[in-house]
Write a protein that binds this ligand. Structure first.
Ligand code: NAP
Length: 286
């Protein structure tokens, strides 16, 4: 079998194009665009690049940006004060605190300071708890993007055997819960899982987020499976690659997402989607 490609870049563009009209509808009803506050602390070049591409995408979708670039010496108290200000600002419907934060700042305290009503990244424990309950409000962007990518194939999630590799709070766990909510039968694997290849071979939906280059090989994949690769790693030559050994696995899978051009663009699109959805919720349009 040769897998069909799940083109995250094209799908993300479609989502973002759809948001233009939704942003315009919010503006027409409230006199305000949907607004996202972006907060970046320090000089990490990768973080600057991520925030810049998120802002560019927001701009194109008609989302107002309140941009804060703070020096690495910013104290936790100063950062918390800024978050409180954004929490209270009626022009702001989503708050993005770019991670990682400098070591002297406790990320957990900072993320919990973001109002759950403006938690566009979906990292606040309140929103995580809502997902556990089966009544999500804001869903974390990367797993939400993965769900949209599965849905784009036309393969139904309901009743499928889904295997999630990785149990982080930002990808693996919320993704497993989102699949469960859609009636998949879900197994979560991690570094202590015994006979991982055998578990993976049971998967009709194989979702991989472990951060190990080309870890998933063809012998771990069931014929015709939907394989989505969240991983972002560098090859020894410095090229971006996923957690899945793409070429051989694509001979076995039914559907496969590439890296780059897969989950990454969808994560950004879902941040925009969450911001617009928040603005609509606050405007009573949902
Ligand atoms: P993380 O917090 O480091 O978690 C990695 C998970 O993988 C852990 O649960 C770990 O198990 C598991 N794991 C590690 N080695 C394993 C092995 N040999 N066998 C089975 N499980 C193993 O990572 P993350 O934040 O979820 O990110 C995962 C990957 O996705 C990274 O490459 C990251 O860069 C990428 N990512 C991409 C996007 C995007 O938008 N494209 C967004 C987020 C993350 P234990 O819990 O037992 O340690």
């Amino acid at each position: 079998m040769t897998a069909r490609l799940i083109d995250g870049k094209a799908l993300a563009l479609k989502v973002r194009e759809g948001l233009v009209a939704e942003s315009a509808a919010v503006l027409a009803k409230t006199g305000m665009k949907p607004g996202l506050a972006t907060i970046l602390v320090g000089d990490d070049p990768a973080s600057h690049l991520y925030v810049k591409s998120k802002q560019k995408a927001c701009d194109a979708a008609g989302i107002y940006i309140d941009d804060h670039k703070l020096p690495a010496s910013t104290t936790q108290a100063e950062l918390l004060a800024l978050i409180q200000k954004e929490n209270a600002d009626p022009r702001i419907h989503g708050i993005l605190v770019q991670l990682p934060l400098p070591k002297h700042i406790d990320s957990k305290v900072v993320l919990e300071a973001v109002s759950p009503d403006k938690d566009a990244d979906g990292f606040h424990p309140y929103n995580f708890g809502r997902l556990v309950e089966g009544h999500p409000v804001f869903e974390a962007c990367t797993p939400k993007g993965v769900i949209k990518m599965i849905e784009s194939t036309g393969v139904s999630i309901e009743g499928k055997r889904a295997v999630v590799l990785g149990r982080s709070n930002i990808v693996g766990k919320p993704l497993a819960l989102m699949l469960l909510q859609r009636n998949a039968t879900v197994t979560i694997c991690h570094s202590k899982t015994k006979d991982l290849p055998a578990v993976c071979r049971e998967a009709e939906l194989l979702l991989v987020a472990i951060g190990k280059a080309k870890f998933v090989t063809a012998d771990m994949v069931r014929d015709g499976a939907v394989v989505i690769d969240v991983g972002t790693n560098k090859t020894p030559e410095g090229k971006l690659c996923g957690d899945v050994d793409f070429e051989p696995v694509s001979q076995k899978a039914g559907w496969i997402s590439p890296v780059p051009g897969g989950v990454g663009p969808m994560t950004i699109a879902m941040l925009l989607d969450n911001t617009v959805e928040s603005a609509k919720r606050m405007a009573g349009m949902l």
